[in-house]
Design a protein around this ligand. Structure first.
Ligand SMILES: C[S@@+](CC[C@H](N)C(=O)[O-])C[C@H]1O[C@@H](n2cnc3c(N)ncnc32)[C@H](O)[C@@H]1O
Length: 348
């Protein structure tokens, strides 16, 4: 049951919707933006005042006003008022662990096809950022079961989620423990539609995930480094119960918009993480392995890294000899015509 809400409003609307539309109400979070783009976020409380070095204003003057209103402080400074969108909230909410950025959460929801009514397992919950997007996507008829090994992080996530939705979400369960131990106790084999893993070592849980997922179900993992990505991919292939994995990253570049100066912004978030996705095959079915010609040495036995291990094309000695011959001949020709000698030796 959502706290702070009139029962009629709660029953008439999907969870959290009441908090995100209509005139400002008591308990709403409001984002105030000044003319330099600086933000303050407040929770509307009757009788309270918000003081800044640029004057003060009363919460009562905001309650009842529509979103998109401007207010002027006692010192004449203007602020624009909006409810924070989910991505604003995620980037400003308290964190225990690092959060999945909204751009990646959007990819996860879209690419893993998190649908209304879906049964989703998520681990770990961290600060609950991704959980918000998952809950929003499955809606009140779905189910998100989050598993987190750290109780302190779980508490932070629970608080963040309840603040955002205005109370507990009816589709959310949270268990404390390791995914591999907890998952078999909370999901019947073959009953889960989607699994989302954001943790250090997702490969440790492939067996538990394979047992829980329904045929055709999706596993998507968010990892920070290329070495994790490689390990997940190889272990999924080795397991044999999954389709050939696909991996990608998403770069978002914001644009500066001012008169004729319309161009990408100079700064951007260069790296957050990689996504890797696969689907559960029916029992007893073997993955169709895509025909590919891995570079010789792409799967090293002795872990000695070489260009070959990384799939780089190594030119043959013959090719290198030819390039060398051609380029030095070209240089000699130029010297003959211009009479200039760079003074460098061919073998240098
Ligand atoms: C980067 S955080 C997750 C952040 C979260 N997705 C968010 O958007 O806020 C990774 C979390 O996974 C948890 N974790 C790591 N391995 C786990 C496991 N095997 N089972 C459950 N939780 C695990 C960690 O304690 C940590 O809280």
């Amino acid at each position: 049951m959502n706290q702070h809400l009139p029962e009629s409003a709660e029953s008439a609307e999907p969870t959290g919707a009441y908090r995100r539309r209509g005139p400002f109400r008591e308990g709403d979070r409001v984002q105030l933006t000044d003319n330099r783009g600086r933000l303050h976020t407040i929770t509307l409380t009757p009788g309270e005042e918000f003081h800044t070095h640029r004057g003060f204003y009363r919460h009562n003057d905001i309650i009842g006003k529509p979103e998109g209103t401007n207010i002027v402080t006692s010192s004449g400074i203007e602020y624009q008022l909006m409810r924070p969108l989910m991505h604003d909230y995620v980037l400003s909410m308290p964190r225990g662990a690092a959060v999945v950025y909204p751009k990646d959460a959007a990819q996860i929801v879209a690419m893993a096809d998190i649908f209304p009514g879906a049964r989703v397992i998520e681990a770990g919950v961290g600060s609950g950022a991704l959980t918000l997007s998952l809950l929003q996507a499955v809606g009140d008829q779905g189910q998100v079961h989050s598993i987190e090994r750290r109780e302190d992080f779980a508490d932070i996530a629970r608080a963040n989620i309840e603040i955002f939705f205005g109370g507990p979400h009816p589709s959310w369960d949270l268990s404390i423990g390791d995914l591999a131990d907890v998952l078999p106790t909370v999901a019947e084999p073959g009953s889960v539609d989607r699994v989302v893993l954001d943790m250090l070592a997702p490969w440790e849980n492939i067996d538990a995930v394979a047992k829980a997922l329904t045929p055709g179900g999706v596993l998507i993992c968010y990892v920070a480094t290329a070495t994790q990505l490689s390990r997940v991919a190889e272990d999924l292939r080795e397991d044999g119960r999954f389709t050939e994995p696909v991996a990608w990253e998403q770069l978002v570049r914001n644009w500066h918009l001012e008169g004729l100066a319309v161009r990408p912004q100079h700064r951007m978030v260069g790296h957050t993480g990689f996504l890797i996705m696969t689907r559960r095959l029916a029992d007893g079915v073997e993955a169709i392995v895509r025909k590919r010609r891995p570079a010789k040495g792409a799967y090293p036995v002795d872990e000695q890294w070489s260009e070959e291990d990384l799939g780089e094309r190594i030119p043959s000695d013959k090719k290198v000899r030819k390039v060398r011959r051609d380029v030095t001949a070209h240089r000699d020709e130029l010297v003959e015509h211009t009479g200039e000698d760079s003074g460098q030796d061919d073998d240098a």
